[in-house]
Design a protein around this ligand. Structure first.
Ligand SMILES: [Zn+2]
Length: 147
């Protein structure tokens, strides 16, 4: 078993975020029937759906939650269960989406915007970057050791 596992609400088999959908039914300002399922197991009556990979990165997760605010959720328990099930994927330290944002920020690109044609230059410090005392000390030690 992996550290974190999602389970399909329909077939009860394990589920990868990349192959998952959160689906529900919306009518007249009310939402109900939230389900986390395989792509092929989205309930036939669902009127709304969002891809699993879109709700397991922090911005997408928060967008999904904030869009629920103000809606009348007729049966909140399945939605709560889905939010708790997804949270470990959003919070995990090796979240791929989060890593992309951190890499982008490390060379001055904007969060959530793919850096595209400006790759970082390995070994070259970004201009204007302030070295921390620890990093400076570490570099000094490395230099001392290299004598
Ligand atoms: Zn399934």
């Amino acid at each position: 078993m992996a550290e974190y596992d999602l389970v399909c609400d329909v077939c009860a088999d394990p589920l990868e975020p990349e192959d998952a959908f959160v689906s529900w039914t919306s009518s007249g300002g009310a939402e109900h029937g939230f389900a986390l399922t395989h792509t092929g197991h989205v309930p036939a009556g669902a009127t709304e759906r969002v891809e699993g990979r879109q709700v397991v990165w922090p911005n997408g997760y928060l967008r999904f939650i904030s869009e629920r605010l103000g809606q009348r959720i007729e049966d909140p328990e399945p939605l709560r269960a889905i939010l708790w099930a997804l949270a470990p994927f959003v919070m995990r330290h090796d979240n791929a989406a989060e890593m992309d944002s951190m890499r982008a920020a490390s060379f001055g690109a904007r969060l959530g915007v793919k850096p595209g044609t400006k790759p970082s230059a390995p070994g070259v410090g970004a201009p204007g970057r302030v070295a921390t005392r620890e990093a400076t000390a570490a570099a000094g030690e490395e230099h001392e050791a290299g004598k």
